[in-house]
Design a protein around this ligand. Structure first.
Ligand SMILES: [Zn+2]
Length: 503
């Protein structure tokens, strides 16, 4: 009732402020030319925002959001789930026993909260890392009778070298242009190193994704490009930031009709070493990689519905990916995304909140090796895309979130303002228009479903990403809770709004 009485006063204040701002913004000249009888909508929008527009939510719903935010900041559930997934279950490579264990564990946890749980099948790659060693066997200035270790890790999907390894000269290029400039036959039978540097300054400024995007092209396409010019194997400089001689793995791709050659990522330090020595004279490397690619294996997306009370058929997806690379335990990539998404269901359960629409937790399978889980979901749910009201994925770590990325109609930014205001006390109030929001929900984004992700501080994310150092300790409990707050508040907001998010 109080809110009801206050509303006209607030509206009046807004009107007065709009009038004042219109004068300030248009200036005396334009006023003389054409005095607008109505303020322009953009000015009104902005003032409504400043005055605390409630938009698609009632004061009670905004209060629920604030309660969810506070509960997320205090509740240890997300942290405990992350600890179990990483320390107890461990690495969760697609097709592995641990990935299956994680599927069963998460499904049981969601069932225990009263969610309606389904496992939806997807066939996923089943690649197993073998031995991975390399040593320099000849180089300028070599001490006779010695070798020198090179630190590397096989890229996901890589084929093997012969079991005894292969020995070949190393050719170093910094980029595609340098490869194209080599004389014909220069790479034939040799080991080709793509020495493209991850832009650490860009990452330090908060644009880690751009730095990653620049480097990852070589990881993905390097083996095909190398095979096309006759290389025996390809090495790429690790796509990542820290200087602790850590190799960063990740998926690589082959194409039909081009020979599959072994591929590994060397550390940044070893890439520098190889480049320096190769500039002085011939360098020979002995490389042994023994991964195996087994037949595709059945696996599952875990789907857990917190059923809507008015429109149960309408769903809001809150998600992360359950699989991880095998070098570490997949804490920041993407155990954290799973844990904060689980927390959304857990807090709805704890606080007894039942939104109008269904909140659908999804633990995606095999994001790292081709997003087979997401592809299977798009096929299985093709007829229900219109009932997907929104989709959220967290897959950029667990550092402090500064706001929300949104992809879809520009109007989403304005629509989300009241939600951003609820997230302001934890510093997550910015709204950032983005072309896409998460690998697993891209299919939904492309079909016009409004999609979202937390804007995470990713300045150090790519230091650990896809390395042996992606472990539980890298996640700050307070930051994890902030991410859980963003996911939970946003999921509730999308699921309970009077009008659905613009699309
Ligand atoms: Zn990921």
């Amino acid at each position: 009732m109080l809110a009801f009485f206050m509303e006209p006063i607030q509206k009046k204040l807004v009107f007065v402020a709009v009038a004042a701002l219109t004068v300030v913004m248009s200036g005396p000249c334009s006023l003389a030319q054409s005095a607008p009888s109505q303020p322009s909508p953009s000015v009104l929008d902005r003032l409504n925002e400043l005055a605390g527009s409630k938009g698609a939510w009632t004061p009670d719903q905004l209060a629920v959001m604030a309660r969810l935010r506070e509960a997320a900041m205090k509740d240890p559930y997300a942290l405990n789930q992350l600890r179990h997934l990483t320390d107890n279950i461990g690495p969760r490579l697609s097709g592995s026993p641990q990935a299956q264990q994680a599927v069963d564990y998460v499904a049981a946890e969601m069932r225990a909260l009263g969610a309606e749980v389904k496992l939806e099948k997807a066939m996923v790659p089943h690649w197993i890392r073998g031995a991975e060693t390399a040593e320099l066997v000849s180089w300028p200035g070599q001490t006779p009778g010695t070798t020198q270790k090179v630190v590397l890790t096989a890229l996901g999907a890589s084929v093997a070298t012969p079991a005894e390894g292969l020995t070949a000269e190393v050719v170093v290029v910094d980029n595609w242009q340098q490869l194209r400039a080599l004389p014909p036959g220069a790479v034939k039978g040799k080991i080709l190193l793509f020495n493209h540097k991850f832009d650490k300054e860009l990452a330090a400024q908060g644009s880690g994704l751009h730095a990653y995007g620049g480097a990852v092209a070589y990881r993905g396409a390097g083996p095909v490009a190398g095979a096309a010019v006759g290389a025996a194997a390809v090495l790429v400089r690790s796509a990542g930031g820290a200087d602790y001689r850590l190799p960063h793995t990740g998926f690589t791709g082959y194409v039909d009709g081009v020979q599959k050659i072994p591929a590994a990522a060397v550390t940044a330090e070893d890439a520098d070493l190889l480049k320096n020595l190769a500039s002085q004279g011939p360098v020979k490397l002995h490389l042994t990689l023994t991964p195996q690619t087994l037949p595709d294996a059945p696996s599952y997306n875990v789907i857990a519905d917190w059923k809507g009370t008015e429109h149960p058929e309408q769903v809001v997806v809150v998600s992360g990916h359950l699989d991880s690379w095998d070098l570490g335990t997949g804490a920041i990539d993407d155990g954290a995304g799973i844990a904060v998404s689980m927390q959304a269901i857990h807090l709805l359960h704890e606080l007894g909140i039942h939104p109008k629409r269904t909140v659908r937790f999804i633990a995606w399978m095999s994001e790292e090796e081709g997003s087979e889980g997401a592809a299977a979901y798009m096929i299985a749910h093709a007829a229900e895309v219109a009932n997907h009201i929104g989709a959220i994925e967290s897959d950029l770590g667990a550092d402090h979130p500064t706001g929300i990325y949104y992809a879809g109609k520009p109007a989403l930014g304005h629509w989300l303002r009241p939600v951003a205001q609820v997230l302001d006390p934890i510093g997550a109030e910015t709204l950032v228009d983005a072309p896409e929001t998460g690998e697993d929900i891209n299919g939904l984004t492309e079909k016009g479903v409004p999609s979202f992700s937390p804007v995470q501080d990713n300045r150090t994310y790519f230091n650990y990403h896809h390395t042996a150092a992606d472990t539980f300790d890298k996640v700050d409990p307070k930051h994890l809770n902030e991410n859980a707050a963003v996911m939970t508040v946003l999921a509730y907001a999308l699921a309970d709004s009077t009008e659905a998010a613009p699309r």
